[in-house]
Design a protein around this ligand. Structure first.
Ligand code: NAD
Ligand code: ZN
Length: 390
């Protein structure tokens, strides 16, 4: 089969690889119909995520049609159309029982190695490094789905792929980010980033009672989408100091809730970061790009909440913990517990409350994936979200 493979930092290629196949009785085999590129894939492309090996198949936002199931699968059958969550969860361990699916204790065989190397490890994830299990990803013609009775959600209506595909990751991720922000009715919510995850965080913030949403980025098309689709006020971090602007917009109090939908690829901006950037130069850690996390802590109002869907790896440095402690802030984060959100968010799509396809700017064949990665990374051609069609 054809699959998008990692060959090193900045180097992804479409290769011919052995077909995916059933390996365990609880597996299903899916023929992929649509599969997206995520901001998290950029951390692999840009070499922020350790534990990658040449030839690893990327992709964790897939959907398709079941072509075969293992002998123990009861909920899926050949011909079912499914969306597959990026988190691989067993459904029965201590964490899965609490619906903390991305903390599943059994699906990452390399968890202990990862904990020693980086201090952390989530559940097994598709297409995302051997430190999270080394599972082949879904930017391919076929995908093996472990624990098929726990993960995939069946799409029984005739909604097109484009409307349901993002249940695999970014819609639940934006929604959990807003939930983690503990929004109270009428709150001002600041969202860093206007990428695909942020766009869903903005929509979800409104659903959960925000009175005002302020979105921060510097890419014109993304700011425009946040304004037009997200009904957000916006700040261009290249043009003004985010801290000063947020102070002014909130009459000196700061936003009640802050969402970091950027993570470890943040670009330095504003006064706080330029000071910290000089310090950063002496640290030399590639993971030390926590500009947004720092800024969110500094900007958030006292006793407010910081929600961090943005992915960080390893040991980001110079976190203003004094401000965090003395302001009495709360922080919530995590890889998304996707399985928890599939049914309720599919209901919202089916009822027409949201059409997630608004983020798609590029639809391309799998063969074009290497170029698409670069377009998406460099925010060229107005690119916001790429869907690949194997
Ligand atoms: P993306 O790269 O498309 O978007 C990131 C946006 O942040 C870009 O538009 C960029 O211009 C903007 N940005 C950069 N520096 C900034 C700054 N200083 N201030 C404000 N904005 C800034 O990525 P995405 O697909 O939207 O994903 C966003 C983050 O969410 C990534 O870190 C990704 O890994 C993470 N993610 C997490 C989960 C989870 O389970 N928690 C799931 C999916 C994605
Ligand atoms: Zn993703």
């Amino acid at each position: 089969m054809k699959a998008l493979c990692w060959h090193g930092s900045g180097d992804v290629r479409v290769d011919s690889v052995p077909d995916a196949k059933i390996e365990q009785p609880s597996d299903a085999l899916i023929k992929i119909t649509s599969t997206a590129i995520c901001g998290s894939d950029l951390h692999l492309l840009d070499g922020y995520q350790p534990g990658m090996e040449k030839g690893d198949i990327l992709g964790h936002e897939p959907m398709g049609v079941v072509i075969e199931v293992g002998s123990k699968v009861t909920k899926l059958k050949k011909g079912d159309r499914v969306v597959v969550p990026f988190t691989i969860s067993c459904g029965s361990c201590f964490f899965c029982q609490k619906t903390l699916f991305s903390c599943c204790d059994t699906t990452n065989p390399n968890a202990k190695v990862a904990e020693k190397a980086m201090g952390h490890s989530p559940a097994g994830l598709f297409g995302f490094s051997h430190l999270v299990g080394g599972y082949a990803g879904g930017q391919a013609e076929f995908l093996r789905v472990p624990h098929a009775d726990v993960g995939p959600i069946k799409i029984e209506s005739d909604l097109p792929d484009e409307k349901v595909l993002f249940l695999s990751d970014i819609f639940p991720t934006g929604y959990m980010a807003a939930e983690n922000a503990c929004i109270e009715k009428g709150d001002t919510v600041a969202v860093w980033g206007c990428g695909p995850v942020a766009q869903f965080a903005i929509k979800s913030a409104w659903m959960l009672g925000a009175g005002r949403v302020i979105a921060i980025d510097r890419v014109p098309e993304r700011l425009k989408m946040a304004e037009e689709h997200g009904k957000a006020e916006t700040i261009n971090f290249d043009k003004v100091s985010v801290y000063d602007q947020l102070q002014e917009m909130t009459k000196g109090r700061g936003p009640d809730r802050c969402i970091d939908a950027v993570g470890c690829e943040a670009h330095a901006a504003g006064t706080i970061d330029s000071v910290l950037d000089k310090a950063k130069a002496t640290v030399g850690l590639t993971t030390d790009r926590a500009h947004v996390l720092r800024e969110a802590i500094m900007c958030c109002r006292k006793a407010g909440t910081i929600s961090v869907p943005g992915v960080y790896v390893g040991f980001p440095d110079k976190i203003p913990f004094g401000a965090f402690m003395n302001k009495g802030l709360t922080m919530k984060s995590g890889q998304t517990h996707v399985q928890r959100y599939l049914r309720p968010l599919l209901d919202k799509i089916e009822k027409g409350e949201i059409d997630p396809s608004f983020v798609i700017t590029h639809k391309l064949p799998l063969a074009d994936a290497p170029a698409a990665y670069k377009t998406f990374r460099d925010k060229k051609d107005g690119c916001i979200k790429v869907v690949l069609k194997p």
